[in-house]
Design a protein around this ligand. Structure first.
Ligand SMILES: C[S@@+](CC[C@H](N)C(=O)[O-])C[C@H]1O[C@@H](n2cnc3c(N)ncnc32)[C@H](O)[C@@H]1O
Length: 272
């Protein structure tokens, strides 16, 4: 019943639940996981945000702001303009000390903003988790003023497919399958971001995919260890991984002699 891979164009069954219900619950390990994610990926995101340009006065929307590090960065660059930082759960945004931060409980699939409200809209590791991702991309583009910039970022799974290490490959692919089957995550969609942005009529398109080497014992490995650990019970109880497969993966993530390519980060941007 469990398959490594994706739907290959078949109609996906309706997901059983939403992000945050039993997967990605905002508990203490999840907070730590988000910190590691920020530590590893913020330099890549900042490089792209600097490239598209964030100046004093840029009205920013940070969607699914999570731990808030990028909202904090945007606040520093865009002041005195407000940075609206949305999430289903904004509790971690309390630590962001910035007068121009506007935290907002807001579900990007349902809640709205007036058309043309923002100069910059950014979402990292959010759209891939939403089954209605194409519709959401369309909606968030409406929130940009003409000339405003959209920046989206998500994981691309492809480096896993060619991994020579079956333990590493299987654990992460199965974890991806669990997410797909439970909340409708698509970890293979982001490589097509540029085409999706082109279909929306955005101009000055750009895209970059970064594949980092993962070494056991590093922050990147710690992030993936915590990520799989978050779903340990479901992975084992629902037959995605055996306890042994789970333990093997954890050991690899702690072994400084283990090296492989991590899931890639795909970024894309375009102007309305
Ligand atoms: C993997 S975390 C990434 C957090 C942050 N964007 C980052 O990259 O550091 C995904 C975030 O999206 C939020 N999220 C998930 N579904 C959402 C929705 N429908 N509307 C708004 N935020 C959502 C989650 O609560 C979580 O904070």
């Amino acid at each position: 019943m469990v398959s490594a891979g994706h739907h290959g164009g078949r109609t996906a069954p309706a997901p059983a639940e939403r992000y945050g219900e039993t997967l990605f619950v905002r508990d203490t390990p999840e907070r730590r996981r988000l910190e590691l994610l920020q530590e590893v990926f913020d330099p890549h995101s900042v490089r792209t945000l600097e490239r598209v340009g964030v100046q004093p006065g840029t009205r920013c929307l940070e969607i699914g702001a999570g731990g808030g590090s990028l909202a904090r960065w945007l606040c520093g660059r865009a002041a005195p303009a407000a940075v609206v930082a949305t999430d289903l759960d904004i509790s971690l945004l309390d630590t962001v000390r910035a007068d121009n931060l506007l935290p907002m409980v807001h579900d990007v699939t349902r809640d709205d903003f007036p058309a043309g409200s923002f100069d910059l809209v950014h979402a990292r590791f959010v759209l891939n988790h939403l089954p209605e991702r194409d519709r959401v991309l369309e909606r968030i583009t409406e929130w940009l003023r003409p000339g405003g910039v959209l920046v989206v970022e998500s994981f691309s799974w492809f480096p896993l497919d060619s991994s020579p290490d079956a333990r590493y490959r299987k654990a992460l692919l199965r974890w991806g399958d669990l997410l797909r089957d439970t909340i409708g995550t698509d970890s293979r969609w982001a490589r097509n971001y540029p085409s999706a942005l082109a279909r929306l009529g955005l101009r000055d398109l750009g895209a970059r995919t970064v594949t980092e080497h993962l070494r056991g014992g590093t922050a990147l490995a710690g992030f993936w260890e915590l990520t799989v650990d978050m779903s340990k019970q479901q992975l084992i109880d629902r037959g995605y991984l055996t306890p042994r497969e789970y333990e093997d993966f954890t050991a690899l993530m702690r072994d400084p002699d283990f090296w492989d390519l991590a899931p890639a980060l795909t970024q894309a941007w375009g102007r309305k």
